[in-house]
Unconditional design. Structure first.
Length: 351
């Protein structure tokens, strides 16, 4: 168990590893995952304690200062992390920030069998509780996304790559639904864009590659996908021009409301749109740990639910159902956001 210190340096002890350092566990060698976690937590320098100099660092090529010399001079109160240990990133951050005074690894690998158990743990730990993911994502989207993640995690695929794949599928689906004969294909592609919207987060957590840019890209792609799909549905009903105009108008209002949401999120230093503090949901939005009735109602309007309904409607050939569902979502989200902005302005001027 480690004791906290204010040192920005850290020691990784890999002197007695019972397995090859090249062995990957859920996409990364153990020490590389630890290095990335330490860097994210704010440690500026890592000193390596090892039996064969250069072994541990062989698979880590990031622009981060490392030092193989003067090890004894820094040992003192400098924290020593077990190179064979699996740590939780939030625990490391809390330890570095002084929130907790001690930290222990969740698991320690002594041999290849232990590495297998750690890999099982990492995949199991990816699973979010149903109250956070929603019923459709928990039982349908996530099981499918993990199949893709298990494959892609072994290749040099970044979370942003997965986000771009999601965008490609969403825009392809939007194009396809514009043609009546491709309605089902469009809905399937659109639904799979949601699957890869899960994949990017899973890769980010497993490879410790999350970034502010990636989070913004993920959020913006989701909204652009909604707008593109709405435009596609507008073309699908172009023979009834008044319906097409209504759809495109609703998409425009949705786009304006999305920009309003981003401006508020940027001001309060939050990226996740699920944490937008609507006046009726509280400071953490629908991501709040304390769930109220409005939080559970908001689950019905989650993207994974809407895309699944679109898929079911497409299989039934129910284009009008898809049309009115999307118009309702666009106008509903825009209306709620405009109302929230009005409430904010009223409070600012009268309270």
């Amino acid at each position: 168990m480690l004791k906290n210190s204010s040192d920005s340096r850290v020691i990784v002890d890999g002197s007695s590893l019972g397995f090859s350092t090249s062995r990957k566990v859920a996409g990364l060698p153990m020490h590389v995952r630890l290095y990335r976690q330490l860097k994210k937590a704010g440690y500026s320098t890592v000193y390596l304690k090892e039996s064969t100099p250069g072994t541990l660092i062989s698979y880590y090529n990031d622009n981060w200062k490392t030092d193989f010399s003067d090890f004894d001079s820094v040992e003192g109160d400098t924290p020593i992390f077990n190179g064979a240990g699996l740590y939780k990133i939030n625990d490391i951050i809390d330890f570095k920030d002084g929130v907790v005074s001690e930290i222990s690894p969740v698991m320690i690998a002594k041999n290849d069998r232990d590495l297998g158990e750690i890999q099982k743990y990492l995949w199991k730990d990816l699973r979010k509780p149903i109250e956070n993911d929603g019923i459709v994502a928990y039982y349908l989207s996530r099981p499918v996304s993990r199949v893709f993640s298990r494959v892609l995690i072994n290749f040099p695929v970044t979370p942003n790559h997965a986000t771009l794949i999601s965008a490609f599928m969403a825009f392809s689906g939007a194009l396809a639904v514009a043609f009546p004969g491709l309605l089902i294909l469009g809905a399937i592609l659109y639904w799979f864009s949601n699957v890869f919207d899960c994949v990017d987060g899973e890769i980010a957590r497993l490879k410790v590659e999350g970034s502010v840019f990636g989070q913004w890209l993920d959020s913006i792609v989701d909204d652009l996908a909604t707008i593109a799909f709405s435009i596609g549905l507008g073309f699908a009903v172009l023979s009834q021009s008044h319906l097409a105009i209504l759809m495109w108008t609703s998409a425009g209002l949705y786009a304006i409301s999305s920009i309003m949401v981003y401006k508020v999120l940027n001001r309060i230093g939050v990226i996740d749109t699920a944490q937008y503090p609507y006046f009726f949901l509280g400071e953490k939005g629908s991501a709040s740990k304390e769930k109220g009735p409005f939080t559970y109602i908001s689950y019905l309007f989650r993207r994974d639910v809407i895309l699944f309904i679109h898929l079911v409607f497409s299989l039934a050939g129910f284009l009008k159902g898809m049309y009115y569902l999307q118009v309702s979502i666009n106008l509903g989200m825009a209306g709620i956001t405009f109302l929230d902005q009005f409430v904010r302005l009223f409070k600012k001027n009268h309270i």
